[in-house]
Design a protein around this ligand. Structure first.
Ligand SMILES: [Zn+2]
Length: 572
């Protein structure tokens, strides 16, 4: 039995995530966590809301709420949606937790004492009316290049020219619209990442199993241009982890907090500590996952994220952990994803374009979405959601192949033999051929799941379902029954066992349907199949079952057209 630590990139707190966000980290991480648990491994699966930073403060102000109250409410909303999509997190934490405050300050202090933090004075734009320094993208004005009147302080989105806030003509605050702006000097802490470049380079070179995409992104950031840059890790904000604290190796940082990119990944660790607290366990319970001097030596740590998050996870977060000089567990494998597009364009949170997690659950059960998203995961390239494709996939794979098999077998058995596994008859060459074919495909499925090849795994699972349908088509117990009821009984006994086996194999993808399949077989044996012949003889003669309600309802053309129309614009 192995010990596997799994983290999903943290969803930001300001609003509900769309399906593209879901398939970019949480959902495939859940697939892997469920599979590894099903194989008997010890799994710690961690996620959390990422709650600090200017966007959270602004979203709270818009909602007319104090930021802590806003974040607490939005955390509950996101936690509820995660439950709705059957995310099997061991803990869904909050980056604003006390645990993260303590750990973030500890990391900063350790880095400071190791000489890896410098103090830098900068000039920044201060809004007198807003009473705050403004991040570049919260300053608006007229572009000096093209005259566009709503250019941001970091870039003009009309002509794409990179800007400095001081380049803007008639600059104003994007928060209040105030033009009462002045340039003030402010001091910040910088993490001296550049001094860790060789160490990070060696560490990345030692990661032989990483995907090429991950390694090449990391190497580009390490070496391109002037190489890895030092980064500011503090901001002039109120909401966050205070940068001035007791025992800090610097002074004069009152009123500043650590920047969100510094404290968010530390929350992976802090959330595991939150988990231990929630379980009433002491520190050794979480330290055995994260401290190589306290039991984490044999842990395999896998991170899931969208490709835009790769630089943080290959460089910045490891720089924090390695730079601390303490024996923290570093990532072993990074699984990153491209983007999911929506019906000819992009999913967009800011524009409200696409299908969002809350909306999805109001129209169809989570398993429908899980299956489509995972079987179309944007792994090697971007992929696209269309309603036609979604309808076809749900109707064919789930309703026609899997749902139909379950329904036909249970209903036929009930009508001819009653709601018990029938006795009599024996397996012949047809059953032997099925077992051989299943064995080959199930071993391939295991290989793909192990390797986190999400689409290949889905394809193999679908092929496993198809084998069962082909067997039934060939064996045709409804015909056999007329001439040889004993033989039909043997075929149906196998087919009922196939339903249980499919529940076990399908559970990582479609947990709710799998639970219903298992319950309809009056069984709680979720053990992973070793010998397939033995797995198909597990439910014995005389074992009771019941015909389940329809597992998957087909999506009609009318419904599809209705959904496409409802989600063609932007959300309110
Ligand atoms: Zn411009």
């Amino acid at each position: 039995m192995a010990r596997i630590l799994i983290t999903s990139a943290l969803p930001y707190i300001n609003g509900i995530k769309h399906l593209g966000n879901l398939v970019g980290s949480q959902l495939p991480a859940d697939l892997y966590a469920r599979y590894m648990r099903a194989r008997g491994h010890e799994v710690m699966f961690i996620c959390a809301t990422d709650e600090h930073g200017t966007p959270a403060e602004i979203a709270a102000a818009k909602a007319g709420k104090p930021v802590d109250e806003y974040c607490a409410e939005m955390h509950e909303v996101q936690a509820g949606l995660a439950r709705g999509f059957a995310m099997s997190f061991d803990h869904f934490g909050r980056s604003s937790s006390q645990r993260n405050h303590v750990l973030t300050q500890h990391m900063a202090k350790t880095l400071g004492e190791a000489g890896l933090i410098s103090e830098v004075s900068e000039e920044q734009v201060y809004s007198v009316a807003d009473g705050r320094f403004l991040p570049d993208r919260y300053i608006e004005g007229t572009c000096p290049n093209c005259g566009y009147e709503r250019a941001r302080g970091d870039q003009c989105e009309n002509c794409t020219k990179q800007l400095d806030p001081t380049d803007l003509i008639n600059p104003r605050s994007a928060i209040s619209g105030s033009t009462d702006l002045e340039v003030r000097e402010t001091k910040h802490l910088f993490l001296r990442q550049s001094t860790l470049r060789d160490t990070l380079d060696e560490w990345i070179d030692s990661q032989t199993g990483w995907p090429v995409l991950t390694t090449s992104i990391a190497k580009k950031w390490l070496h391109d241009g002037d190489g890895l840059q030092d980064r500011g890790i503090t901001r002039d904000l109120h909401w966050g982890v205070p940068a001035q604290f007791e025992g800090a190796p610097w002074s004069g940082m009152e009123g500043k907090v650590f920047y969100v990119w510094f404290d968010a990944p530390i929350e992976y660790i802090a959330a595991t500590a939150e988990w231990a607290d929630a379980q009433g366990l002491d520190d050794s319970a979480w330290e055995r996952w994260w401290r190589t001097d306290k039991g984490a030596d044999d842990v395999r740590y896998v991170e899931f994220m969208g490709k835009d998050n790769v630089p943080f996870h290959t460089l910045s977060f490891p720089a924090t952990l390695i730079g601390s000089g303490e024996p923290w567990k570093l990532v072993d494998y990074i699984k990153s994803f491209n983007y999911l597009n929506y019906d000819g364009g992009q999913f967009s949170t800011s524009q409200g374009r696409g299908v969002f997690m809350d909306q999805a659950l109001t129209i169809l059960p989570a398993d429908y979405w899980r299956w489509w998203l995972l079987s179309h995961a944007p792994e090697s390239s971007d992929s696209e959601f269309t309603w036609e494709n979604f309808q076809a996939s749900v109707n064919k794979d789930l309703a026609d192949v899997l749902g139909n098999l379950v329904s036909r077998v249970t209903k036929f058995c009930r009508s001819k033999f009653g709601e018990v596994v029938p006795g009599g008859g024996a397996w012949g060459p047809g059953e032997a051929a099925l077992i051989a074919a299943l064995s080959t495909r199930i071993r391939a499925y295991e290989g793909h799941m192990e390797a986190m090849e999400v689409r290949k795994s889905a394809g193999e699972l679908r092929a496993i379902w198809v084998l069962g349908n082909e067997y039934l088509q060939e064996a045709a117990p409804w015909s056999t029954f007329k001439t040889d009821p004993e033989q039909a009984a043997a075929q149906i006994r196998l087919a009922l066992n196939l339903i249980r086996l499919y529940a076990v194999l399908s559970q990582p993808f479609i947990p709710e349907a799998a639970a219903r399949m298992m319950a309809s077989m009056h069984c709680e044996d979720w053990s992973w199949p070793g010998d397939i012949g033995a797995a198909l003889a597990l439910l014995p003669e005389g074992h009771g079952f019941e015909v389940p309600e329809v597992l998957f309802a087909k999506i009609t053309d009318e419904e599809r057209a209705d959904y496409a129309a409802r989600f063609s614009g932007v959300r309110d």
